[in-house]
Design a protein around this ligand. Structure first.
Ligand SMILES: Cc1cc2nc3c(=O)[nH]c(=O)nc-3n(C[C@H](O)[C@H](O)[C@H](O)COP(=O)(O)OP(=O)(O)OC[C@H]3O[C@@H](n4cnc5c(N)ncnc54)[C@H](O)[C@@H]3O)c2cc1C
Length: 140
């Protein structure tokens, strides 16, 4: 679930990790992955682990009706996690194209170029792998 800013919660969203993937939680329990911070509230992500867990659980109580306390909690801070495709980002893509043209054999791939989702990143890698293969294959 993604949570619009207007809703007034502190988490940005939650993945239902143990519903998506097997072996992510002991029997009778679930694993949820929630996101805090982002460009919406970058400083919130700097709060200590215990505070992050507490504010996340508080939001999940309202949103999902969660009761009780987590049996396990883990937090990771990604300081520069996801590229922001803001207005004008095309300039950076143009620069990457220009750099590749000027330096044959240099290739850019990843979430900063072809879209931020994991599937976009995989497609980006496959595309660049094809381009590298073409680059390395001598003309017949
Ligand atoms: C917290 C978070 C949650 C996300 N959730 C989702 C989601 O639910 N669904 C979804 O579709 N996408 C999600 N994304 C987005 C998606 O996961 C990423 O955009 C995608 O994984 C990016 O793939 P990538 O290969 O471009 O970059 P990365 O996965 O960042 O891989 C880059 C790799 O390069 C390595 N590296 C960096 N610099 C160097 C260097 N100088 N030398 C050698 N190695 C280097 C890094 O260590 C890293 O392993 C999420 C991203 C984050 C951060």
């Amino acid at each position: 679930m993604l949570i619009p800013q207007a809703e007034g919660f502190r988490i940005l969203g939650t993945l239902f990790s143990s519903s998506l993937f097997p072996y992510r939680a002991p029997s009778g329990q679930v694993t949820l992955t929630s996101y805090v911070g982002g460009t919406r509230a970058p400083d919130l992500a700097l709060r200590p682990h215990d505070e992050l867990v507490s504010l996340t659980v508080a939001d999940l109580r309202v949103l999902l009706g969660v009761t009780g306390e987590p049996t396990f909690a883990h937090s990771v801070h990604y300081p520069r996690a996801i590229p922001q495709y803001e207005l004008g980002y095309g300039r950076f893509k143009d620069l990457m194209n220009a750099a590749e043209t000027q330096a044959p054999g240099l290739f850019f791939a990843g979430h900063y170029r072809d879209g931020i989702s994991l599937s976009d990143s995989i497609l980006s890698a496959l595309t660049v792998a094809d381009r590298i293969q073409t680059h390395l294959t001598p003309p017949a």
